[in-house]
Design a protein around this ligand. Structure first.
Ligand code: PRT
Ligand code: ZN
Length: 294
């Protein structure tokens, strides 16, 4: 069987989370620190470790069958290529690598509307997404393409505004810039390669996708156990976040109280536990879920 290839970022913000995800999905590789290729030990799946910007192209050119990359990079690559049919949409969103692509102006300028960008210079590493925003607003402005240090462009006098990725906002503040508009909300995702696979490889890819989806699901899931008065069962079941039909068990020697067990598929906050207690629940236990396949 021809082997599947997965591309992930070699070193950067997405690397560790990507490796951990594949690890939890049960993939084992012969790891090598310097090599860009890790051979899959337990399944016919190999890993390519590359720069994140190369991942969309590897997928579109059919070199890789799966890839983990930010929505910002995937969308920008499709816009740059501007080929009809070259859509890359995430198969699964991974809830890491969160950031937003923002338009920012120097702090001393007030933001009224996109019209004020007309005729100005905008520095960015995302010319495709920036041009798309300008086109949507019907504005003509010059794009100054930079591969890094975009945030210093206004103070250097090479641009009046920037479009760059922001997560905490510290970099913008340190450079006396203010966020004005969000062009794209992004997070890492699993993307599929463009080349159609034969039946066997397709089945293997589907199996991996199911495992990855299960790993994602399990992250938020908790197993909740509690004791409840029989009469409050309905109210308590409704208070369990994201739980479907909890298991109700008798308690030895207690007629009016039962044990309730449930898998909660949404985050269980302290507020949920406080409400459960107020509804009559006692001995509330919240346990992590290791693996789940449904
Ligand atoms: O070498 P390679 O090309 O693989 O890596 P890279 O340097 O291009 O990318 P890397 O590792 O920095 O980021 C990889 C991906 O992480 C990005 O494509 C995004 O999808 C995601 N991501 C999440 C971010 C950020 N958060 C982020 N904050 N990517 C970059 N930044 C930068 C941003 O460009 C700016 O310079 O961090 C700075 C702003 O951060 P704050 O916290 O100060 O707002
Ligand atoms: Zn990059």
């Amino acid at each position: 069987m021809t082997r599947l290839k997965i591309a992930i970022q070699k070193s950067g913000r997405l690397s560790q989370d990507s490796q951990e995800l594949l690890d939890k999905a049960g993939l084992q590789f012969n790891r090598s620190k310097d090599k860009l290729f890790w051979y899959g030990r337990n399944l016919p799946v190999d890993m390519l470790l590359v720069r994140d910007d190369d991942i969309p192209r590897l997928l579109l050119d059919g070199v890789c069958d799966l890839g983990i990359v930010g929505e910002n990079v995937a969308t920008e690559c499709c816009l740059e290529r501007a080929l009809p049919g070259t859509q890359l949409a995430p198969e699964i969103r991974l809830d890491f690598g969160h950031c937003r692509l923002c338009l920012a102006l120097p702090e001393d300028q007030t933001w009224h509307s996109p019209q004020q960008l007309a005729g100005k210079r905008i520095a960015t590493s995302y010319p495709g997404l920036t041009q798309q925003y300008l086109d949507q607003q019907g504005i003509q402005a010059a794009i100054v393409e930079l591969s890094g240090a975009v945030e210093i462009a206004p103070s250097m006098g090479t641009a009046e505004a920037i479009v760059d990725l922001v997560s905490t906002g510290t970099t913008l503040r340190a450079n006396h810039l203010r966020e004005c508009e969000t062009l794209l909300e992004s997070q890492a995702g699993v993307y599929l390669g463009s080349t159609p696979l034969d039946e066997e490889r397709n089945a293997l890819r589907q199996r991996l996708l199911e495992r990855i989806a299960a790993v994602q699901q399990v992250k938020e899931s908790k197993y909740v156990m509690l004791h409840a008065p029989r009469r409050a069962l309905k109210a308590i079941a409704e208070l369990l976040p994201g739980a479907e039909s909890p298991t109700v068990l008798p308690l030895e020697g207690q007629e009016d109280r039962v044990a309730v067990h449930a898998v909660c598929r949404e985050t269980v906050f302290w507020e949920h536990l406080e409400k459960l207690k107020a509804a009559g629940a006692t001995a509330v236990l919240v346990l992590p879920v290791e693996k789940m396949l449904s």
